[in-house]
Every structure is written in C-alpha cells, then in structure tokens.
Ligand binder design. Sequence first.
Ligand SMILES: Nc1nc2c(c(=O)[nH]1)N[C@H]1C(S)=C(S)[C@@H](COP(=O)(O)O)O[C@H]1N2
Ligand SMILES: [Mo]
Length: 206
Amino acid sequence: MNLGKLFGRDTEPATKEMREDGRERLPAGQYLTKKWPILTYEATPKFDAERYRFKVWGAVEEPFELTWDELQALPRVQLTSDFHCVTTWSRYDNAWEGVHIREILQRAKPSPAAQFVTAHSFTGYTTNMPLADLDDDDVMIAFTHDGQPLEPDHGGPVRLIVPKLYAYKSAKWLSGLEFMEKDRPGFWEVRGYHNHADPWKEERYW
Ligand SMILES: Nc1nc2c(c(=O)[nH]1)N[C@H]1C(S)=C(S)[C@@H](COP(=O)(O)O)O[C@H]1N2
Ligand SMILES: [Mo]
C-alpha cells in the first residue's frame, strides 16, 4: 500500500528496513554512507608488536596479559555489523574478523561485583560501558575489516567493536579492558558525549 498517495502527500516516506529486534535498521537522525570516514581525536599511533600487551584487570577473578602473538592465537570469529557514529553517519554491513569478547570474558571471569568496563587504547583514549553491553553476541576485538587488515587510521591492527552503541565506544588501538564495580566516564564521555550512547534512543550528548 502506498501511504504517501493514500494521504495525499507528494513524497512517500522511504521504506524502513527493520531489524530482527523490531528496531529500525537506521537509527533516527543518522544518514548512510558507503565510504568509511575516519574519526580520531588523537594522532594515529605507531604500533610496536614487540612491546604491545593486551591487559585485562580490575574486578575479575583472573586478570591476565597477552602478548601480540598470544592475542593473535586466540580463536577467531567473523561477524558482520552496522556502525553508527554520533556525528550522524552510519555504515552498514561491516565484515569484521577477530576475537569474540566472550573468549576474553571466559578467561577473565568478571567478579560478581563487576558492573562496568573501561576499554583502553594504547594512545590513552578510554571509553566506558556497562558490562552487560560488552558481554553480547556481536561484540568483538577486530583485526580485519571487509577482508583486509584493519588500517592504522581505523584502529589497526586492533580495535574493539560494540555495534549497538555509538562508535565512540568502539575503541581503536585497543590495549586493554578494565572491569569496574562503579562507572567511570571515558574520554568523550567527560567531554559531553552521552555516557551510554544507544543510537536508537539518540543518546548523543549529556
Ligand atoms: N582511540 C580512539 N578510538 C576511537 C576514537 C578516537 O578518537 N580514538 N574515536 C571514536 C569515534 S567517535 C568513532 S565514530 C570511531 C570511528 O572509527 P573510524 O575512524 O574507524 O571510522 O572510533 C571511535 N574510537
Ligand atoms: Mo564518532
């Protein structure tokens, strides 16, 4: 049925694609781009595989540290997800390959009191989120994008991917996860970006 004609409008609303969970695929206030913009506050860092460590600490029963080779050796998954930047662009169907977040959570065993997580970049960038948002089927640590090694400007060689929150939660150049009992706002979160960042609630600024 053509609702535009039915109600005498000259323009029809674009057909809305829906997700399995009943939400619209494109969150309100977002536009689609096929390009992949680069959004970074700091300078793109040099990566040193010898010195790199992936650290997990805080409110966990088994804190641990992995070398680059050890992180690379963890089991891998491939997941495809949409990417939503708070500055209003979205990019669909990003194919990521890397380590599923549950590989990390199983090893770390967050303590019962752990409620929040800070993702750390080796540049010093941080971003916080509820553990419940990190511990999800679509969250991963990515090394490749659309079949190519992740470019340095896009967080290569390693970044976090949390598709259901605005992309400032997807820390580039990921170097660790800190589990916390209390929340602690990260880099953008103390500069006015929303602490939670759900695109379907337009949680952009606070
Ligand atoms: N370390 C770090 N991670 C970051 C950022 C940043 O400035 N530094 N920007 C965030 C923001 S606001 C977005 S939209 C995405 C952008 O990722 P892209 O540059 O690969 O598109 O990375 C997020 N992760
Ligand atoms: Mo962003």
